[in-house]
Write a protein of this length. Structure first.
Length: 569
């Protein structure tokens, strides 16, 4: 039975496996991918990302296709009736597929409160234990009821009563250790099975069912680049599930039988060579840094269009105007690109530190199906690389490293709490990241795309100093030329200067520019919603590691600003 509709890309970014979905008056949880029904030919491919994740392909989430849909289970199980105020499991009120109380006919309301732990486990709030302070209660009946005084919206006005005479308000239930001694985490993973659980020693935390920290996606993405973006590989993707297992001596008759070369300028030999190269996996990345490094190298080199099937077309901008050329030595027009974004896992309570953080990532499956849910994004973009000579000189200025040190210490403290790998909070990262945000905010005013439809991709390390701004839409509207047009000489010069001038002033100044730390875990300096923050779908660092002080300087230390001369002009 179909319960509701959500967009496919939301099953990767918002309502993925283990997330809660509100459908009318009910609440459900998306089941693990090993319970999805997907046709064998539904896979999409991106060789670099497949090799990186050790999977055999990706699947676009099904969307009511021939009866196939994404399965869900009811969660939370605890409901209450707004008429009789009874609180208990859904089965106490009605049958599974019903949502009305059999006693009074009122629509049931899912429990407002749930509990989670940092390992991804989730279950109903332990109302019985909370009322009885973890003692388990005495003999006799223990029917629970929920009452609201209505005097205010505070938790103190929500009272849980038991038929044994005990009662307790929800005040204090959200404390970090409020449930210590009351209830322990039982390791429940309902998205993998109603009775599935594992050992866990964490103290659970109380959350509201619709809170944003109930589910954070862990997403990996890759841009198709040569040779994998060339037309031959794109042509093979549709049949790769079959072709990857065909013996080499049988490839020619198979390709001829499938008539893969009909209507193309490719020969059978072209496709055979592509299959052999793909099987060998030559040049495939071994980690996230290697994956980005390959993209960085591809973006620095011209890749003109050879075929309409090519998924990556990148050419240099005809001219880099002044004053842009004083600070940026490379501008590339990415006229066509394809990105695959795959859901790897998820976290609760705290956002993921990285896709490889051990211990805190909740799995999408019990039995690995060897694929991951993913979406394809087609679009366009502009790549820029900062001048390494000026960048190196700026990084040696007095005060630059010292200012960044605050964020580096906070990042290490956060990482030690999460048990992951520390993000390298360097001056270069903060500078390039904040500059990308400045341009996205400016271009969203000029190119016809809202900021949430633009996305950054950062290439920052000791020998990388660039970024790409590209469209983030999953249909052909992402390649209408609006972003590429921003790199024309007049437009680029204007947006470059205006974006930096906008960063020089914030309506929250002087507080914003002078604050020691702000944002999640103090991982931002001069960056707030009034100046540098973007919709989180646009930022690959979840709006962290930002500081416009390094971009344009501060009132006390203008020399910290890499682009200070532009603003001063």
């Amino acid at each position: 039975m179909a319960l509701g509709d959500i967009r496919r890309n939301q099953l990767i970014t918002t309502y993925g496996v283990g997330a809660l979905v509100a459908v009318r008056n009910s609440s459900y949880m998306v089941c693990g991918i090993d319970r999805w029904e997907v046709p064998a030919d539904a896979r999409i491919h991106e060789p670099r990302l497949e090799h990186r994740l050790r999977v055999e392909g990706f699947v676009v989430p099904p969307a009511n296709n021939n009866g196939r849909d994404v399965p869900v289970i009811r969660f939370p199980w605890v409901h209450y009736c707004p008429e009789c105020r009874r609180l208990g499991d859904h089965s106490l009120f009605c049958q599974f597929n019903a949502d009305d109380c059999t006693g009074c006919g009122q629509s049931l309301v899912p429990s407002r409160f749930i509990v989670c732990c940092s390992r991804g486990h989730i279950e109903d709030f332990p109302y019985f234990e909370w009322v009885h302070s973890g003692t388990g209660g005495t003999g006799g009946s223990h029917d629970l009821f929920i009452e609201t005084k209505g005097a205010s919206a505070s938790l103190r006005d929500i009272i849980i009563r038991c038929s044994c005479g005990k009662s307790r308000s929800m005040d204090g239930a959200f404390g970090k250790r409020a449930l210590a001694g009351v209830a322990r985490c039982r390791g429940r993973r309902p998205w993998l099975g109603i009775r599935d659980s594992e050992d866990c020693t964490e103290v659970p935390r109380t959350l509201q069912r619709g809170a944003s920290n109930v589910w954070f996606p862990v997403v990996a993405s890759s841009i198709s680049i040569p040779p994998w973006s060339e037309g031959t590989f794109a042509l093979l993707d549709r049949h790769w599930t079959i072709l990857q297992h065909i013996p080499e001596e049988a490839l020619r008759p198979t390709i001829e039988g499938l008539k893969l070369t009909e209507g193309t300028h490719y020969t059978v030999d072209d496709l055979i060579n592509a299959i052999v190269q793909r099987r060998r996996g030559e040049g495939l990345p071994e980690g996230p840094e290697a994956l980005k490094r390959q993209e960085y190298e591809a973006l620095l080199h011209s890749t003109p269009e050879k075929s309409r099937r090519d998924e990556f077309v990148c050419v240099p901008a005809p001219v880099i105007p002044e004053p842009v050329s004083d600070w940026i030595d490379t501008v590339m027009l990415v006229k066509r690109l394809r990105e695959v974004r795959a859901l790897l896992a998820f976290t609760r309570l705290l956002p993921p530190d990285s896709e490889e953080s051990p211990g805190h990532l909740a799995k999408l499956f019990l039995n690995d199906p060897r694929w991951r849910p993913a979406i394809e994004v087609t679009g366009e973009g502009v790549f820029m690389r900062l001048r390494i000579d000026k960048l190196s000189e700026w990084e040696k200025r007095p005060g630059v490293v010292e200012r960044t040190e605050r964020i580096r210490r906070n990042a290490e403290r956060r990482t030690s709490n999460l048990g992951g790998n520390a993000q390298s909070a360097t001056p270069r990262l903060l500078l390039i990241h904040t500059f990308a945000h400045a341009l996205i905010a400016q271009w969203s005013l000029d190119c016809g795309y809202p900021a949430a439809s633009l996305r950054e991709r950062l290439y920052v390390s000791e020998d990388m100093c660039g970024f790409m701004i590209y469209t983030a839409t999953s249909d052909s509207a992402g390649s209408l030329g609006g972003v590429v047009a921003q790199a024309n000489p007049d437009g680029l010069a204007t947006s470059f200067v205006e974006s930096l001038n906008r960063m020089a002033w914030c309506s929250a100044d002087p507080l914003c520019i002078e604050i020691d730390a702000q944002g999640v875990d103090g991982l931002n300096l001069a960056a707030c919603h009034a100046c540098a923050l973007l919709p989180e779908v646009s930022c690959e660092e979840m709006n962290l590691f930002l500081d416009r002080g390094l971009l344009v300087g501060t009132p006390d230390h203008p020399e910290l600003g890499f682009f200070r001369a532009v603003v001063g002009g």
